[in-house]
Design a protein around this ligand. Structure first.
Ligand SMILES: C[C@@](CO)(OP(=O)(O)O)[C@H](O)COP(=O)(O)OP(=O)(O)OC[C@H]1O[C@@H](n2ccc(N)nc2=O)[C@H](O)[C@@H]1O
Ligand SMILES: Nc1ncnc2c1ncn2[C@@H]1O[C@H](COP(=O)(O)OP(=O)(O)O)[C@@H](O)[C@H]1O
Length: 316
């Protein structure tokens, strides 16, 4: 049976600003997303049975509708019933490397890989825009995960404007295995504390997004100025996560004291990343942080920025 192997990269948020709320209960955001080469592997094969089957090498992840990869496949069967009838079901195998509920969009990236994989398996010939539209139905971060690289994300995060790619910026990623932060909790708590800062009218929201687009962080990206990018890191959700999760604050402070160019929590956390000058410095910082914190529960990765999102690595 035909099958594809895809790599699903994680993302970090170089910039995350919450600028308002929406009638649908989500928040208006301006974010700058960056793909990194920490990837889950997704195998998608045609199945002789007319069902969706998900297997995952991480036992505590659901393999039914609770899994975003399953929901992505289910959406494709609903949107393309003729193709589903013609090509049959799909077997999805997930090999996880991206920490779960970490602020790295691991689940979102898996869903994106399934959309891309089934598009290929069923010869649908969908455009990037069509895939992003399907992705937006599943989750706010999934559209970015399709094309990846470096991009501005606005709306609830589903409107993507690619930026000049950032290659080979070396980053140390830290996450406590047993620590998870609920994304809904983070946004709800932020709203409780900072709703008075929200922009209320469409023009103000549009102006704010345009200001970020022409602002210092995007300029630093255009000029590929790693040190300036590191100085302009920003994440509004730190205001609610750091006070509630001392371990995240400790990671931020440990990285800051390790002489890195800049450090920030990614997304709703609890992952924290640090931008380094070189791969050598990143490897040294990883060892230094492991030694300073010396906690078995702490995971550290040296990763680099990449210009791509979902990658098809093989087909059979
Ligand atoms: C925080 C971010 C930053 O990139 O990523 P993670 O930390 O999850 O990786 C994203 O905004 C997460 O995107 P994603 O995880 O797809 O969120 P969704 O499933 O669409 O929404 C989960 C919940 O988060 C809240 N939410 C999400 C996006 C948004 N613009 N406003 C919100 O208020 C809502 O409560 C929503 O019910
Ligand atoms: N394939 C998947 N991989 C990771 N998490 C998943 C997956 N499917 C569903 N989830 C659930 O989605 C939630 C968010 O997962 P993830 O995207 O890894 O978080 P984040 O977006 O914070 O990085 C977790 O609670 C997890 O249980």
């Amino acid at each position: 049976m035909r099958s594809y192997t895809l790599l699903a990269p994680a993302k970090i948020n170089l910039y995350l600003e919450i600028i308002g709320d929406r009638p649908d209960g989500y928040h208006e955001l301006v974010m700058i997303m960056q793909s990194v080469d920490l990837c889950d592997r997704i195998d998608i094969a045609a199945s002789s049975q007319d069902i969706i089957r998900v297997r995952c090498d991480v036992p505590d992840l659901p393999t039914d509708r609770g899994n975003l990869a399953y929901r992505a496949a289910e959406l494709m069967t609903q949107k393309f019933p003729e193709a589903f009838a013609q090509y049959g079901g799909v077997d999805i195998t997930i090999q996880k490397r991206i920490p779960i509920a970490a602020g790295l969009a691991g689940g979102s990236s898996n869903a994106a890989a399934v959309l891309v994989g089934i598009d290929l398996l069923w010869n649908l010939g969908l455009t990037r825009a069509e895939l992003e539209e399907l992705a937006a139905v599943l989750g706010s971060d999934i559209p970015f995960c399709i094309g990846g690289g470096t991009a501005i994300a606005t709306g609830r995060g589903e409107k993507i404007a690619p930026l000049k790619g950032l290659d080979n910026i070396y980053i140390v990623l830290a996450k406590y295995r047993s620590l998870e932060v609920s994304t809904p909790w983070a946004y709800k708590t932020y709203k409780q504390q900072f709703e008075n800062t929200y922009l209320r009218d469409t023009n103000s929201l549009t102006e704010r997004a345009a200001a970020v687009h022409s602002g210092p962080m995007v300029q630093a990206i255009v000029h590929q100025d790693t040190a300036e990018i590191a100085r302009k890191l920003h994440n509004d959700l730190e205001k609610v996560v750091l006070p509630a999760y001392p371990q995240v604050l400790q990671l931020r402070e440990t990285f800051a004291n390790a002489g890195v160019l800049g450090t920030m929590m990614s997304g709703s956390g609890p992952s924290v990343f640090a931008i380094c000058e070189t791969q050598k410095q990143a490897e040294e910082v990883k060892l230094q942080v492991l030694h300073t914190i010396s906690d078995e529960d702490l995971q550290l990765f040296v990763v680099r920025s990449i210009k791509n999102g979902i990658q098809v690595t093989s087909q059979s």
